[in-house]
Design a protein around this ligand. Structure first.
Ligand code: ADP
Ligand code: MG
Length: 346
């Protein structure tokens, strides 16, 4: 058997790279949703069939894509968002790598329908393996972009086998959309399972944060919230706003905190632990809180160049910032605690 070194086939390289970014339907969905938000959309409608494996369609009312850009839309490392590496430290968009659509097109069938304000009609074209298939065809359509992803992983059998049931993939999609819907102010979201007449999830564009939380996590959570705000702290370059459960909220179910840093959905274990510890001294044993927090940290203090699927975020002054937020939570809970004991004793 020969053991000489050979270059991998380009199509193999592309499929491997795609599999690292798009691990499951929810990763494709997140990338598409972020593109819509980057495009200034105020409405994002999602259709899911077989947990996103058969059909994953996202329709937005954002800027649309210039027809002249369609030929390179799904090529790797083509983006309208980043030009110089130095710009990364001040980047305001979710995207900048130009990898997402390319990756999806290597492991699924992609069809794009898009219309910019200056287009007289919409344009529709399909892609496979990074390449546009034929020429865009004129079609009827509103301003914005619809991206249809079909047969995800049709050519990656090992990945298809490793995925859980369609219902579990749908649950992950709903969880992800719901979290974005809570943080993305002034954007309406809907998500429907193919064949259902009702939406699985629906949030109106003009909903308040509380209404959003209620729509996603239910009435009991929505009615037991207290605001948590941290005014701009110049020393550590941080501010925060959020809604967290008050002390009347009784739930044994652990909900992963809905945590955004600079509008990116992240996890931050030190912060989660610190906040749980504060709750621990107020809540009866076994009771779990609900936490939605949106932190703004000065961009030059955060490392955004993390892998698209890695959610753990790094930032400077983390100890101090965690401490600041935890003490704000302490204040917020203490204030509702006194009002509660006041009303019960009076
Ligand atoms: P990135 O977001 O990193 O630029 P993507 O592969 O996700 O890379 O998208 C490539 C490009 O396609 C984007 O830079 C953007 O110009 C365009 N694009 C993708 N989705 C949309 C959309 N929904 N609306 C408008 N433009 C889009
Ligand atoms: Mg993108």
């Amino acid at each position: 058997m020969s053991s000489r070194i050979k270059a991998l086939d380009e199509s193999v390289v592309n499929k491997i790279a795609a599999g690292e970014i798009i691990v499951g339907p929810v990763n494709a969905l997140k990338e598409m949703m972020e593109n819509s938000i980057d495009a200034g959309a105020t409405s994002i409608d999602i259709l899911v069939r077989d947990g996103g494996l058969k059909v994953l369609q996202l329709t937005d009312n954002g800027s649309g894509i210039d027809k002249n850009d369609l030929p390179i839309l799904c090529e790797r490392f083509t983006t309208s968002k980043l030009t110089a590496f130095e710009d990364l430290s001040s980047i305001q968009t979710y995207g900048f790598r130009g990898e997402a659509l390319a990756s999806i097109s290597h492991i699924a069938r992609v069809t794009v329908t898009t219309k910019t304000q200056s287009d007289a009609c919409a344009w529709k074209v399909s892609y496979a393996a990074g390449k546009m298939l034929g020429e865009p065809k004129p079609t009827a359509g509103k301003d914005g972009t619809a991206i249809l992803v079909e047969d995800l992983f049709y050519n990656v059998h090992s990945r298809l086998r490793a995925l859980r049931s369609p219902n579990e993939e749908l649950a992950k999609i709903l969880d992800c959309v719901g979290r974005y819907a809570i943080n993305a102010f002034q954007i309406g979201f809907s998500c429907k399972k193919f064949g259902d007449s009702q939406f699985a999830l629906s949030v109106k564009a003009n909903s308040t944060t509380r209404e959003r939380i209620r729509a996603i996590f239910g009435r009991v959570v929505g009615e037991n919230l207290v605001e948590l705000n941290l005014a701009e702290n110049p020393q550590f370059g941080v501010s925060a706003h959020g809604q967290v459960s008050n002390l009347n909220f009784v739930s044994k179910k652990a909900i992963t905190p809905v945590l955004f840093i600079n509008n990116r959905l992240v996890t931050c274990d030190p912060l989660r632990r610190a906040l749980n510890q504060v709750y621990g001294s107020y809540l009866a044993k076994g009771n779990k809180p609900f936490i939605f927090l949106s932190l703004s940290i000065r961009p030059d203090l955060v490392d955004v160049n993390v892998h698209p699927t890695k959610r753990e975020v790094r930032f400077l002054h983390d100890d101090e910032i965690v401490e600041l937020v935890a003490s704000r939570l302490e204040d917020a809970l203490a204030s509702v605690d006194t009002s509660r004991s006041f009303t019960t004793t009076s």
